[in-house]
Design a protein around this ligand. Structure first.
Ligand code: TMP
Length: 212
């Protein structure tokens, strides 16, 4: 059986990692073989790239360099982790994937979106998620959560306007691909948000023949 690829996307502080972990635990309890992973990172090389990308010491990185490093991390991740897991029939859950590059480097930084789409295609060898959950949150609220107790990483330190463009970009992407990208509003408790995510995931898995 070919696996299922699910991604979680959204602006800073939307709770993606927590929700991805909870979703993975839930699926594991249902007896489903799950891979829980993330970008940038997810591989040894990817984690080294992540450090360069998020370090405030990388101030001055050009938008194109930034894009290329995210894509490099993605290429390694797809080849080394995601594709082999899907080939083994796993359900792969990744916090962030190609849509992040469109939202952040395209809508946020203003790089050409067509170019990013093409480069994503190269980096992923054409792999697309079966389902993307877009965790939508108000930017002031998200930034407050993300920066709590710290100054934030290089991206979190960007201006509020940058993050607003990212959020609007995500919402446009969801409009363009309503079948794949499902918006889940970050409202209420973690458990309530998780419940709404599970509804979307269960619908997909049932269609794919999984018994839940
Ligand atoms: P996170 O793991 O805490 O979400 O941090 C990753 C940061 O990198 C976040 O600010 C979003 C950003 N990012 C991009 O700008 N482009 C990308 O393609 C990816 C995967 C992440």
């Amino acid at each position: 059986m070919k696996g299922i690829f699910i991604t979680l996307e959204g602006p800073e502080g939307s709770g993606k990692s927590t929700q991805a972990e909870r979703l993975s635990d839930y699926l594991l309890r249902k007896g489903i073989d799950v891979l829980c992973t993330h970008e940038p990172g997810g591989t040894r090389i990817g984690e080294r790239l992540r450090k360069i990308l998020l370090s405030p010491r990388s101030k001055g990185m050009t938008p194109l360099t930034e894009l290329l490093l995210y894509l490099a991390s993605r290429a390694q991740h797809v080849e080394e982790v995601v594709k082999p897991s899907l080939a083994r029939g796993k359900v792969a859950v990744s916090t962030r994937f190609s849509d992040s590059s469109l939202a952040y480097q395209g809508y946020g930084r203003g790089l050409n979106k067509q170019l990013i789409r093409k480069m994503n295609q190269v980096a992923t060898a054409g792999l697309k998620p079966d389902l993307t959950i877009l965790l939508d949150i108000d930017i002031p609220q998200g930034l407050k959560r993300a920066r709590a107790g710290s100054k934030g990483d290089r991206l979190e330190r960007e201006k509020r306007e940058f993050h607003q463009r990212v959020r609007q970009g995500y919402l446009k992407l969801a409009k363009q691909e309503p079948k794949r990208i499902k918006i889940v509003k970050v409202k209420g408790s973690i458990a309530e948000v998780q419940k709404r995510i599970r509804q979307q995931v269960e619908e997909l898995l049932k269609k794919a023949g999984y018994r839940l």
